[in-house]
Design a protein around this ligand. Structure first.
Ligand SMILES: O=C(O)C[C@@H](Cc1ccccc1)[C@H](O)SCc1ccccc1
Ligand SMILES: [Zn+2]
Length: 167
C-alpha cells in the first residue's frame, strides 16, 4: 500500500504535471493506487495524495467495488450551472466531512491506461468524485471551500493528532 499524505502537508499543494507517455511504470502506479484506495476504503484517489505529482486519477464508485476507472491528463467541463451539495470526505483529511457545492453534471475527457481517449458525461457520486480528484491534481482540498475558521480548526486537530502519533 502507498502512504497517503495528510493535510496540512505542503506537498498536497503541488500542481500535477501531464503524463507524456503511458508506460508500464504508470500502469503499476495506477494498480498500486487502486489497491490503496480499496483498502482505505475510498471511492477515488489522486496521484498527488501519494506524493506522485502527475495527472493520474483512479476511481471506483461501484457498490461491488469491481469497476475501476483510470483517468490520465483529464479535462472536465461543467454541463450545467446547477450546483448540488454533497457531504465530502477526503483520505488526506481523515475523519472530517463537510458539505461542498459542485456542478451536478460534468463531461470528462481523458486518456485511459492504453493511452486511448475517453469521454464520459457524469452525474451523481461519480461527478462529485471526479471534481474532488481533479482538485487534488491542482493542489486544492475540499477544506479550501470551508470558512477559514473551520479550516484552521481541522488543521490544528490533524497537526495535534500527527504529533501524538509520532510521540
Ligand atoms: O480523498 C479522496 O480523494 C477520496 C475521497 C473521494 C471522494 C470525496 C468526496 C466525495 C466522493 C468521493 C473519499 O475519501 S472516498 C470515501 C468516500 C466514500 C463514499 C462517499 C464519500 C467519500
Ligand atoms: Zn480527497
Amino acid at each position: 500500500l502507498l502512504p497517503i499524505l495528510h493535510f496540512p502537508d505542503p506537498r498536497l499543494r503541488t500542481k500535477a504535471k501531464p503524463i507524456l507517455e503511458v508506460t508500464d511504470q504508470i500502469r503499476t502506479l495506477a494498480a498500486d493506487m487502486l489497491e490503496t484506495m480499496y483498502a482505505a476504503p475510498g471511492v477515488g484517489l489522486a496521484a498527488t495524495q501519494v506524493n506522485q505529482h502527475i495527472e493520474l486519477i483512479v476511481i471506483d464508485v461501484s457498490e461491488t467495488k469491481d469497476q475501476p476507472m483510470v483517468f490520465i491528463n483529464a479535462k472536465i467541463t461543467p454541463l450545467t450551472e446547477e450546483l448540488v451539495p454533497y457531504e465530502e470526505g477526503c483520505l488526506s483529511v481523515p475523519e472530517y466531512t463537510d458539505s461542498v457545492n459542485r456542478p451536478a453534471r460534468i463531461r470528462i475527457e481523458a486518456l485511459d491506461l492504453d493511452g486511448k481517449a475517453v469521454k464520459i458525461d457524469a452525474d451523481g457520486l461519480l461527478a462529485v468524485c471526479i471534481q474532488h480528484e481533479m482538485d487534488h491534481l491542482s493542489g486544492k482540498l475540499f477544506v479550501d471551500y470551508l470558512s477559514p475558521l473551520k479550516r484552521q480548526r481541522i488543521k490544528d486537530k490533524l497537526v495535534k493528532r500527527e504529533r501524538e502519533k509520532v510521540r
